[in-house]
Ligand binder design. Structure first.
Ligand SMILES: Cc1cc2nc3c(=O)[nH]c(=O)nc-3n(C[C@H](O)[C@H](O)[C@H](O)COP(=O)(O)OP(=O)(O)OC[C@H]3O[C@@H](n4cnc5c(N)ncnc54)[C@H](O)[C@@H]3O)c2cc1C
Length: 362
């Protein structure tokens, strides 16, 4: 058996690690000079929509012997709408770094490999690789690669506008903004990298061409809102824009001995765009199938369900205007609602659906 993994990201490396733990090795091809996402940002890892996994870090460690150390645990998430602000507290998830950061998740995963070789600086295509290997795992993080091979249903394409910013931040507090004036049908968020550095980002679907054109204007508004909310000057260090970022899912997780993992599978839950947990899971599941320990299609079923449930929630939130978003935010002041949203061992989806129900039916 000869396995090739295209992409040394979260899915590809989790796949390689699981293969190793079961006595197999893989050739991993990575187009960059080292393991690392293309953006040096912070991301959020939350249990949202992956019930019953409540603590993904603990789960990967104890169940799959894959160890990742996040930078901070999140204790408080603020939601800001046009005229309201509220927060929820509890063990809400983790902040972790990506990209060139020394402790980026993909670097941590790469360091755990013992026998598999990562071939850096190798941009390879499925076409050329598939001839020389018995098994191929497509884990390039780019659904367009999946589309070359099979149908990929797109839920939305997104625009990101953001920056690494400097300021004075509380490390385990995250801020989110839901305001259609500058993040139409999307959101803004601030994730601290440290006490003095953070990722400040807006992400929204590209439903209207005008929204894409206005990304600079929206971003400036986000920046001034963040400065106002946090009551300080936020200084931009390094700006970035991403367009046409696809959120969707492939029709077939596996075709013959080709496996689609991570974003190439459809690991992003469309509601808020979290894809890290699903990407790692899909990489593990692909390896389990290759090792004869499971059936990838069956193992992926809960991921498809998470995706579908999350898409329903996204469509619901997209239907809310700013006034309704204010009402949802206001309801977070209610102790009973706070408890539902943050209660451990409960499906966060259920909690959120419960929270949104009265506003959506209006
Ligand atoms: C700006 C932004 C913010 C995000 N925030 C969050 C968040 O807060 N929480 C969350 O859970 N998710 C978030 N996501 C989504 C999450 O990052 C992805 O779902 C996840 O990284 C996908 O993992 P992957 O392994 O499929 O791809 P990646 O981690 O992107 O890895 C793919 C790898 O393949 C390599 N590659 C690509 N093409 C080739 C080729 N032809 N040959 C060789 N190598 C190749 C790439 O260089 C890369 O290293 C965010 C995404 C973006 C863009």
């Amino acid at each position: 058996m000869k396995t090739a993994i295209i992409g040394a990201g979260l899915a590809g490396l989790s796949c390689a690690l699981t293969l190793e733990k079961n006595g197999h090795t893989a050739d991993i091809f990575e187009q960059r000079k080292e393991a690392g996402f293309g953006y040096n940002i912070a991301e959020l890892m939350t249990p949202i929509l992956h019930a019953p996994i409540n603590d993904a870090v603990k789960f990967f460690s104890e169940t799959h012997d894959i160890h990742i150390k996040p930078t901070y645990n999140v204790q408080k998430i603020y939601a800001h709408s046009e005229n309201e602000s509220a927060y929820v507290e509890g063990n809400i998830g983790f902040i972790n770094l990506r990209g060139d950061h020394k402790y980026a998740f993909e670097k941590q995963l790469a360091e755990q490999l013992v026998h598999s070789k990562i071939h850096y600086d190798q941009h390879v295509s499925y076409e050329e690789i598939s001839k020389a290997y018995t098994h191929v795992v497509l884990a390039t993080g780019d659904p367009q690669d999946t589309q070359q091979i099979q149908p990929y249903e797109i839920a939305l394409k997104s625009t990101f506008a953001g920056a690494i910013v400097k300021g004075d931040f509380i490390r385990n507090e995250v801020h989110t903004w839901f305001n259609n004036h500058f993040a139409p049908k999307g959101m803004g968020y601030l994730l601290p990298h440290s006490k003095t550095e953070a990722s400040l980002v807006i992400v929204y679907p590209q439903y209207e061409a005008e929204w894409v054109e206005k990304r600079g204007e929206f971003w400036e508004e986000m920046l001034s809102q963040a400065s106002r909310t946090l009551n300080q000057e936020i200084v931009v260090e390094e700006e970035f824009t991403i367009m046409d970022y696809m959120v969707g899912r492939c029709k077939y997780p596996r075709i013959g001995n080709t496996f689609f993992a991570g974003n190439c599978f459809g690991a992003i839950t469309p509601f808020l765009g979290f894809g890290q947990t699903g990407s790692i899971l899909s990489g593990i599941y692909a390896a389990q199938d290759i090792c004869g320990l499971g059936d990838y299609e069956k193992l992926c079923k809960p991921l498809y369900k998470d995706y579908d449930d999350s898409l329903v929630l996204r469509r619901a939130v997209e239907s809310l205007d700013n006034h309704q978003l204010d009402l949802v935010t206001k309801s977070l002041h209610n102790a009973a609602v706070k408890k539902i949203v943050t209660q451990p061992n409960m499906s966060v989806l259920k909690g959120l659906s419960h929270l949104l129900k009265p506003f959506i039916s209006k």
